[in-house]
Design a protein around this ligand. Structure first.
Ligand code: UDP
Length: 334
């Protein structure tokens, strides 16, 4: 079982989302314990007490490490304005330059000073030895893969699936309402210009036995061209395989025809997005949903939660004779 679009670990604090997805698939217990290679040495991620002690060659207790890191942090930054300031405020320059700066440059193709602080807020910093990459209550991997989820979810008397069929505006005439989850700019035929994304290239290698010994190894050095290597058999520890398939992940700017992965939401893109949001609000009987439809860096659980909300709200609005809005989330504007 491999994740064609890169590693996807299901993690959420929302019980209703976990329960909904579990109606269709069986989750197996899985905890993502990521490692990072920097300057020829292997470290534990996310940054935790083990990382801090390894990196500084110490054996500090949680409170000693907290004090030590606080002494390195840049306290002059009160409201971090970007990714770099957020990092300098919380972990100081040493850890930032080792584990965050190079990786981020490769992942986003721009300096961390140009990225919003919110990107870094995805990663915890821990003063204990908890190396679980996620802090969520519910975490797991689908036993038979995500394809089974979509297959079962879409197997319904009132759902018809057309594969290999591009969206065209005439299709909307056949339906009372459209929920559009493709890229919002493509709906408007890119009339205002393209909303940029990062895309990913995966280079597959097959080896005998095990390759790296864990599911995800990040490469923090800026001069290593890939960002991470995923060894997919470790995502399914309940399976055994003699050989191993690994995927080296490279990030680059999306060109027309490439799969869009990460929306780049800087000031210029937000202005462009707000133009599309304005256009979308003028369209009758169409709502925009999901990572591409709202141009946001959404995790799977947030996407499912919003889709469930959209369904509930729409049903209520239809039953009370009201119009369904173009967006269900105001953050689509920001
Ligand atoms: N990041 C980093 N070093 C790492 C891993 C992540 O600097 O070793 C930064 C990077 O900017 C990345 C962001 O943190 O885009 C969020 O990381 P996450 O692992 O959540 O990214 P995803 O799994 O969505 O690719």
């Amino acid at each position: 079982m491999v994740h064609k679009y890169g590693p996807h670990i299901f993690h959420t604090d929302k019980k209703h989302v976990w329960d909904y997805v579990s109606r269709f698939i069986e989750f197996m217990p899985y905890v993502n314990r990521v490692k990072a290679i920097y300057d020829g040495k292997v470290y534990s991620l996310p940054i935790n007490l083990f990382t801090i002690n390894q990196f500084y060659g110490k054996s500090m207790s949680p409170s000693e490490a907290r004090e030590f890191v606080a002494s390195l942090a840049d306290l002059s930054i009160s409201e971090p304005a970007n990714f770099e300031e957020q990092a300098l405020k919380f972990v100081g320059r040493g850890l930032y330059e080792a584990f965050l700066k190079g990786y981020t440059l490769k992942q986003w193709g721009m300096a961390p000073t140009e990225l919003p602080a919110s990107v870094l807020k995805r990663l915890p910093v821990r003063f204990n030895y908890d190396d679980n990459y996620f802090s969520h209550k519910f975490q797991g991997m689908p036993k038979s893969g995500y394809t089974e989820f979509f297959d079962k979810c879409l197997r319904h008397d009132r759902i018809k699936v057309f594969l290999n069929t591009d969206f065209s505006h005439d299709m909307q005439n056949e339906f009372d309402h459209t929920f559009y989850s493709g890229p919002i700019d493509s709906y408007f035929l890119y009339s205002e210009g393209r909303l940029p994304y990062r895309t990913l290239d995966f280079v597959k290698e097959v080896h005998d036995n095990d390759y790296q010994g864990c599911a995800v190894m990040n490469y923090s050095d800026v001069d290593v061209p890939w960002t991470r290597v995923s060894e997919h058999k470790f995502f399914a520890p309940w399976e055994t395989h003699q050989k191993t398939a690994v995927f080296k992940e490279f990030s680059r700017a999306q060109e027309p025809g490439d799969i869009p992965y990460y929306p780049i939401r800087q000031a210029r893109e937000r202005t462009l997005l707000s133009k599309y949001v304005g256009l979308a609000n003028e369209v009758e009987n169409c709502s925009f949903l999901g990572r591409l439809g709202t141009y946001r860096y959404l995790d799977m659980d947030a996407t499912v939660a919003e889709a469930l909300d959209a369904a509930t709200i729409s049903k209520y609005l239809i039953n009370t004779g009201q119009k369904i809005p173009a967006f269900f989330v105001s953050t689509a504007l920001g």
